[in-house]
Design a protein around this ligand. Structure first.
Ligand code: NAD
Length: 532
């Protein structure tokens, strides 16, 4: 039996260490202060098969270069900023983390912050304890019961906050374009289809999304203006989702009654503008700080590291060290295409589909795993803040309730090689197909049975319309009025005068007001902006 040596360079909870020590094939070195002595780590790392850290150990290229036996790095927690993922991947070293261990801790912190903000508890505490004042009238609060809580991001934490808020007799609504309607319905929560509706209806708003390109600055002055006067806002998710200056201004003006924030755009945040705002309750990113969550995290990471060392399946892989194979290189342009198809599909209604069918035609049907993963990468890209890879893609998809059915057909039809995506959603069936031209250039060749020749790049408007004269002119004049430049236009139609699908390539984002006007054109049946 081979024995694996595991080095732990930071504090992790006892339960995780015990779990590792109890394994006959594991030898543990637990040096919780070693992260302070990088030179020492460099010196001893060559003997170890696994390294477990938190955020304090810099797992750099230099360290990985010396770590000749290292097979896995376990991050006891979530963020992997301290780990050079590319350098690890290049050396075939797997990086795993423990994203689920903190869920309850962050959920309960959110509830605590919600009540603290509604009743201004820390301010009353400070007035009595530190200033020795008995100010009963000053601290008038609002009750949670009967209020509407708007949850943005209804994942692990958001949904648990929802369940608890219902126990407080709150009405709970949620906005999350990437979850199935049934998930919310099952929990008695109303899923709203646009953010604006949530902003308008909620008395208290809490964000629980990852920080992605789409969620960064999701709440700015513009969104706050749409909220009720006296709204309460919480951010226990990630700094930067809510614009800090705009929240500060809204607290000063009184538009926002109170706010509670655990996370900041730059941490440590000892001079953040929000610290000077009135009626704000702040904590120094302690959402995950409970004994229980630290135990969960330690046990999860110990199990992940064990699985990796023994060559078993791991659930929370952050990188995919074996992705860069020769086969993957040949498939690369098709992987790019599959990723774009995923990105396209998630922006039409496929994110709510029970099942997505991926059809692979021609030679590419022989090795579909990298293609399906690439599709999921595009599909999940907007929902998660970690890289999607061959190892974690199936787990992430399962967790999000995305079910993929692969259909492999060795023979080509119009195109020798083709990928077609089909999904059923609330608004009907959607399908999109693509191929690669000259072995290099991904092309979308079909949308809902209509033929196209589109390079999947940039911004476009997907429209469904009646094929009658004048529609394009009306569309063009609306876009012109909003200063949106048209870069190209393609129409796909089956028969003259019937329904058609159009794609308008645009250089700029189309403002929601312009989309609203386009929807008002009688011949237009549907319109959607897609960013690729
Ligand atoms: P999760 O992945 O389970 O849930 C996130 C949800 O956000 C998903 O359902 C996803 O579909 C949704 N989402 C993604 N993009 C969206 C968008 N543009 N609009 C609306 N919804 C969107 O994650 P989780 O475990 O619930 O964590 C939520 C957040 O809390 C993360 O940012 C995480 O880093 C943070 N967190 C903070 C602490 C802390 O110490 N304060 C602790 C744990 C987690």
């Amino acid at each position: 039996m081979s024995v694996y040596k595991v080095l732990i360079t930071e504090h992790i909870a006892e339960a995780g260490i015990e779990l590792l020590k109890s394994q006959p094939d594991i030898e543990v070195t637990y040096e919780p202060e070693l992260f302070r002595d990088f030179e020492k780590i460099l010196e001893i790392i060559p003997e170890y098969d696994a390294l477990i850290t938190r955020s304090g150990t810099p797992v750099t290229e230099e360290l990985l270069e010396r770590a000749k036996r290292l097979k896995v790095v376990g991050r006891a927690g979530v963020g992997v900023d301290n780990i050079d993922l590319n350098a690890a991947s290049r050396r075939g070293i797997l990086v795993v983390n423990a994203p689920t261990g903190n869920t309850l801790a962050a959920t309960e912190h959110t509830m605590g912050m919600m009540i603290a903000a509604a009743r201004l508890i820390p301010y009353a505490h400070k007035s009595l304890k530190e200033e020795r004042k008995w100010e009963r009238k000053k601290f008038m609060g609002v009750e949670l019961a009967g209020k509407t809580l708007g949850i943005i991001g209804f994942g692990r934490i958001g949904s648990r906050v929802g369940i608890r808020a219902k126990a407080f007799d709150m009405k709970v609504i949620a906005y999350d374009p990437y979850i199935k309607r049934e998930k919310a319905e099952r929990l008695g929560v109303e899923l709203v289809d646009d953010l604006e509706e949530l902003l308008r209806r909620s008395d208290i708003i809490t964000v629980h999304t990852p920080l992605t390109e789409e969620t960064k600055n999701m709440i700015t002055k513009k969104e706050i203006e749409k909220m009720k006067d006296g709204v309460i806002i919480l951010n226990i998710a990630r700094g930067g989702i809510i614009n800090e200056k705009d929240l500060y201004d809204a607290l000063v003006s009184g538009k926002v009654r109170a706010a509670a924030v655990d996370v900041f755009s730059k941490e440590p945040a000892t001079d953040n503008i929000l610290l000077d705002a009135p009626n704000i309750i702040v904590t120094p990113h302690i959402g995950a700080n409970t004994y229980e969550s630290q135990t969960n995290v330690a046990v999860i990471i110990a199990n992940q590291v064990l699985a990796a060392l023994r060559g078993e399946e791991v659930e929370f892989a952050v990188n995919a060290p074996y992705e860069d194979t020769a086969a993957a290189k040949v498939l690369k342009p098709f992987m790019d295409l599959a990723e774009k198809l995923g990105l396209f599909a998630v922006q039409v209604a496929c994110s709510r589909s029970k099942e997505i069918v991926l059809e692979f035609r021609g030679e590419i049907s022989e090795d579909t795993k990298p293609l399906t993963t690439a599709f999921l990468k595009g599909f999940l890209q907007k929902m998660v803040d970690i890289p999607v890879n061959l190892i974690n893609a199936p787990f992430l998809a399962k967790e999000k309730g995305i079910s993929i059915v692969e259909v492999k057909r060795p023979e080509g039809i119009n195109f020798k090689k083709l990928i077609r995506v089909t999904c059923k959603s609330e608004s009907g069936e959607f399908s999109i197909a693509g191929t690669v031209m000259d072995e290099k250039f991904p092309k979308i060749v079909e949308i809902n049975g209509f033929l196209f020749d589109l390079t999947p790049e940039g911004k476009l408007l997907l429209i469904k319309n009646f094929d009658v004269p004048g529609v394009i002119g009306k569309l063009g004049s609306i876009l012109g009025r909003y200063n949106v430049n048209i870069a190209g236009f393609q129409l796909g139609r089956m028969e003259k005068g019937k329904e058609a699908k159009g794609v308008i390539l645009v250089d700029d984002d189309v403002p929601p007001e312009a989309i609203g006007e386009i929807k008002g054109i009688p011949e237009i049946l549907e319109v959607k902006q897609i960013n690729l």
